[in-house]
Design a protein around this ligand. Structure first.
Ligand SMILES: Cc1cc2nc3c(=O)[nH]c(=O)nc-3n(C[C@H](O)[C@H](O)[C@H](O)COP(=O)(O)OP(=O)(O)OC[C@H]3O[C@@H](n4cnc5c(N)ncnc54)[C@H](O)[C@@H]3O)c2cc1C
Length: 410
């Protein structure tokens, strides 16, 4: 006879595995399915800041993650045209170090931890194809296992933690609440023998309409990212034909007054370049009768913000807490859907809007350049600027600090 589950989760990476772990610790019976088998990579770079480290420690996987030969990072450097905004990562919850851990490690270790919980059943290689309804309420899902056998499972709640192209989101007709397109192409590669910029840092450079992002990951390898406008047809064509040379040329020729070109010269590409051509920032309705969505399934922000892994993990924790507090009873979904939506938007909307601005990929105006130069010489404002990325402070705290120095400079 089929086991009775409280919650079925489709998608077993940052959002899905985290949700399962928190629910299991509270005694829920959870079925976690993913069409992938692990360890496996996904289309993503890997940066997360120290606020995420605190969450991963709470979940119980940080010690295991630190065994993956990853370079710790304590400094963030932004260079907008020639203005350098650089400083130590502001401390959060006693943590002061960020990491860029390959998803083959991060997702695998999270999923292994989920598997080790008695009340979680994990099925890898299971592709969800349909949800089962009773009138308007979702009561389960159907899919195909790795042997192409059709299976169905039932639970009080079905959760889509199944990413940007969420199947569950489509099947339940979740409403799109807002979206904002990006005009950028993102290409990235993993390079060995790439020197640090004095010490390991998360580095972001913006010059005209192009962006370079660099950070060290596992095994002394660097992630090297180049962004440029989709409408740049010649770059688009050259990246399609010769991705490695195009990435090298983009970063060497378009970022003068930086060390990128010199550092890239002797570096060796260790796996094929990957790309993402255009994407939307978006928010969807997060919960309905018998279903919820979390992680990229509910909201996606410009990857240049490096918030997705954090928001998937932190969002899963928010959803878990709401379910633990309210239980998983039929007929209650209308009541807690509003609480879930409000909690998620309160947690992540401010940085969503920043992501939408970044996605416009506009060159830095003269006025903004003057502001950036002002920030670059005021350590207290630099700290508040960097603190936006790891939730050490809110964007409004940075704006207040900036306003103060602008007033005193008048
Ligand atoms: C190019 C790029 C770079 C990025 N860089 C960063 C970064 O540096 N830092 C950062 O914080 N974020 C980054 N992000 C964002 C980050 O990757 C996501 O926010 C994060 O992966 C979301 O986690 P998730 O668990 O919601 O979804 P995902 O990681 O997408 O996992 C979804 C899972 O659902 C499974 N699934 C999907 N459909 C089905 C189905 N029908 N049946 C069963 N299983 C299914 C998939 O196999 C997958 O394992 C980047 C994103 C991109 C695209």
């Amino acid at each position: 006879m089929d086991k009775n589950y409280d919650v079925i989760i489709s998608g077993g990476r940052c959002a899905g595995a985290t949700l399962a772990i928190y629910l299991a610790k509270a005694g829920f019976q959870v079925l976690l399915v993913d069409r992938a088998t692990f360890p496996s990579d996904t289309l993503s770079t890997n940066t997360f800041f120290n606020n995420t480290v605190a969450l991963l420690r709470e979940i119980g996987v940080m010690d295991e993650l630190l065994k993956t030969n990853v370079t710790p990072v304590n400094t963030i450097k932004f260079q907008f045209e020639d203005a350098v905004i650089e400083g130590a990562i502001p401390e959060v919850d006693g943590e002061d170090t960020g990491y860029c851990i390959r998803r083959t490690h991060l997702d695998y270790i999270l999923l292994q931890h989920a598997k080790s919980q008695e009340s979680i059943t994990v099925i890898e290689g299971f592709r969800v194809t349909d949800v089962i309804h009773n009138d308007e309420t979702v009561i389960g899902l159907r899919g195909q296992d790795r042997f192409n056998r059709k299976q169905e499972y039932r639970a009080s709640l079905v959760v889509g933690a199944d990413g940007r192209n969420s199947t569950i989101r489509k099947l339940v007709n979740s409403k799109l609440k807002m979206s904002s397109p990006s005009t950028a192409a993102i290409y990235f590669g993993y390079f060995s023998e790439f020197q640090h910029d004095s010490v390991p840092k998360f580095e972001v450079y913006k010059r005209n309409d192009k962006v370079a992002i660099l950070f060290p990951t596992n095994d002394d390898v660097y992630v090297v990212v180049g962004n440029f406008p989709l409408e740049n047809k010649s770059l688009m064509a050259s990246f399609k034909e010769e991705p490695e040379n195009s990435l090298r040329e983009l970063l060497t020729n378009h970022f003068p007054n930086t060390t990128i070109g010199t550092r890239l010269k002797d570096a060796k590409l260790v796996e094929p370049i990957k790309g993402l051509l255009g994407y939307d920032n978006y928010w969807y309705q997060g919960m309905g009768k018998g279903w919820a969505i979390v992680g990229d399934a509910i909201s996606f922000k410009d990857p240049a913000m490096a918030q997705g892994i954090h928001d998937a993990i932190c969002g899963a924790r928010i959803l878990a807490n709401i379910l633990i507090e309210n239980g998983c009873q039929p007929n209650q979904w209308d009541n807690i859907a509003e609480e879930y939506q409000k909690s998620m938007e309160a947690a992540f909307m401010a940085r969503y809007y920043i992501g939408c601005e970044l996605s416009k990929n506009e060159p830095i105006s003269e006025e903004q350049d003057a502001v950036n130069k002002l920030i670059s010489v005021h350590p207290s404002v630099i700290e508040k600027f960097l603190g936006i990325y790891n939730y050490a402070n809110e964007p409004a705290d940075f704006e207040k600090g900036l306003f103060r120095i602008m007033e005193s400079n008048k």
